[in-house]
Design a protein. Sequence first.
Length: 70
Amino acid sequence: MPADFLDLIEVVVYAFYGWRYLLSPSFRAQTHMRWKAEGALSIFFDILFGVFGIALTLLPFWGLIYFFRS
């Protein structure tokens, strides 16, 4: 049970990495430095999960807008 809770917290943290990358110049610079030391596959997954994270955080707002416009 506690491991499931920690996995949920990890998912929430990763969901906001895309936003942090877009809004924080210092985090972006650190990420670019880390990417120089990593392979292309790791970079691909970081970008993919960042995009998914942004989409997952925007999804509730889209649902509310859709609900109130109906």
